[in-house]
Each structure stands twice: as C-alpha cells, then as structure tokens.
Design a protein around this ligand. Sequence first.
Ligand SMILES: [Mn+2]
Length: 425
Amino acid sequence: MIKDSIIEEHNNKRITQLQSHYNMLAEQLGERGLDIYLIKEKVAEFGVAVPSWGVGTGGTRFARFPGPGEPRDVMDKLDDCAVINQLTRATPSVSLHIPWDKADPATLRDKASSLDLKFDAMNSNTFQDQSKQMYSYKFGSLSHTDAATRQQAIEHNIECIEIGKTIGSTSLTVWVGDGSNFPGQVNFADQFSRYLESMEAIYKALPDDWHIYTEHKIYEPAFYSTVVQDWGTNFLIANELGPKASCLVDLGHHAPTVNIEMIVSRLIQFNKLGGFHYNDSKYGDDDLDSGAIDPYRLFLVFNELVDAEQRIKSFNPAHMLDQSHNVTDPIESLMNSAMEVKRSYAQALIVDRKSLIEYQNNNDALMASNTLKHAFRTDVEPLLAMVRYENGGAIDPIAAYRSAGYRAKVAEQRPEVSGAGGGIV
Ligand SMILES: [Mn+2]
C-alpha cells in the first residue's frame, strides 16, 4: 500500500483550498434547504465493490496490451484493490472470479483482512473452458443439451458458493455466455427450460442468508440469441427461482437506446433488483469507465435508487464495478470510476424531490426535467473530496497515486506474465 506520510503530505497541500470550496458548497446547498452534513454521511457510507479482474489490463477481441506491474495472481490483485480503497475510501470490498482467483481460503481471508478489505459477490465462470475440464462449454453450460455438461456447470457454481462461504461472501453472480449463433441452432424454450432447471439446482445449494444475482446481456459471445438476453427474461428467472434470487443490471448489457433507469425502476417496484455492474458504453458491452460516456445516464439510475431508498425501508442493492481497462492504468480507472459512481449518488441525493413530485403531479415537464438538471449540474466534488479526506483517503486520489509511484514500484517486483485473468465479462 501507499505510505500514510505520502497521503498526509498530499492532503496538507490541498486542505485549505478544499475547506473553502466545501464551505461554499455547504452554503449553496443550505440555500436549497439541504444539510451538507447529512448528505456527507450518506456518501461516506456508500461503497462500490472492485472486480478482481478489473485490476489487470483488459483487452479487445483483437489484442491485449499489458502495462508494467500487472498483478500476477489474486494476492497481487488484492494489493492493487487495497490501494484503490486506501486513496478513494469508496471501495471496501472485492468481487472474485472463480477459477481465475482460486487460492487457499484461509490465505485469502488473512490477506484481505490485513488490507482491510472484504469479499463481495462471487462470480462463476462457465463461459470458457479451463485446462483439464471434462466437458466443453463451446455450445453452452447451464443450458447445454448434454446433461453431464450442465451438471459440471452446476457443480462449478456450487463450488463458488462453497469458496464464498469460507471467505465471508454472501452472494453469487451468475452470467452465462449461452445462446446461439444461427437461427434454428437451438430451440429457445427447451434451452431456457434447461437453464432454469440448472439454476434451480444451484439455488438449492444457497445458504439461507445468501443471494443469487443473474445477469442479463443482449448479445455476445453468442451473436444471434442469448439465453438471458434482457431484463424481462431475467425477471422471469428471479421469479421462478424464489426470494433469494434477483436481477443484476450491467449497464453495458443493453442495446444503445434502451432506457436503463426505467428498467431499474421496474425491478425495484417488483422487488427484484439485486444489484449493478457499473461501466459505460457507446456501442455495446464496451466496459468503459463509469460515467466516461454518459454521466447523465448514471445520474438518472441513481435518481431511481435514491427515490427507492426514501420509499423502501431495507433497500440495499449490491454495487459493483465491472469494467475493462485497455488504454489506462487500471488502478487509476477504477479509482476514477468509483468516484464517478459516488458522484452520481451524491447528485441524486440533492435532487429537490418535493418540487419534483409537484411538477410531476402538475404535468410540468420542463420544470421536472430542470429539477433533475439542477442537481446534476451541481459540482459536488468538494463534498466527495471531503468525505475522502475525513476518512483517511486522498483529496485527489489520481494525483496522490501518481506522486507515490506505486506502479513503478510494483513493476520492479512483478515480472510480466500473461493470463492472470481479465477481459470483458
Ligand atoms: Mn457484468
């Protein structure tokens, strides 16, 4: 991790200016009847999980260009995740991908606790074949026509639950690449029935306090049809399985024009929103940094979440990043993204909801829209920076990270390797 003295020195240079900007924001929010202290408390509590696969350089279907000091294994990945949380104080947990992150559970637990990290959802992997695997997933996994292949995929998911139990995780995220590439290749209904049957077997293995999240995706790697293609199918799955099952919304897994915030609202209304994979996209599942392309959309998603938070007593969806970093330092991208997600939350918290409801009830479309825009246009950076500062993080995490020279230091200890896991999922 980065030396505390480096962060201290970094903050000392910036705190006077931050305090002045923060006071100005407090005054501005006060004029709107908002108490900055209450908003700060909520923003401080909000955390987003880092995907272990995000700290390695990703790639496209064409190539991967690894950077220096790439993590060699899950222990290195945890070190990088700890730095992200150390500087941003926004990412207290890590989401593991099995088998990429397989390691002795006791060692994993000790390592995480020494870094002050917890484990978030477990992620299974039946979209690629592992060496020495008996049956191939080339033509599917949980929905495969062959019962033995399905059984192997079921057992893998149960193994993920077992590993998760030993390291303190309480949820499993299932995304499958199953689908078809040609019209007529599969019978849609039979394939979906097989998938449901497999998921039921996995569901039965869940401990009482666990959740299972199913993730829909419109296309890719299957290019004609996908078994869990959209939120409608995902909702059907969650309903069929039972109360421990809910839907995971990956922002990049929709067609470009789809109204994601409305999907979020529907899932909330019928109690089936499980959580999120945050990222951004221009065309497809681009896995770009959160808020990089359309920060307003991210804000609108959070607008629904804050609305729900105020209506529903125990509203607690899982927040995770799921990105692939091809041209940036993954640590910098993940820090930036975690801060963007928090920014959207803070902006949604300052929406004047009372006025919004009045405008909605009076069919004042223009002022309703302006009410959202007013919150979105507010620069909440001083609030976010103050939350970081007060919780031991860096006022400007990217600047602190660069001045600490962390990447160069780990590059000396980590010779280049290939296949540490990473990519688009
Ligand atoms: Mn995802």
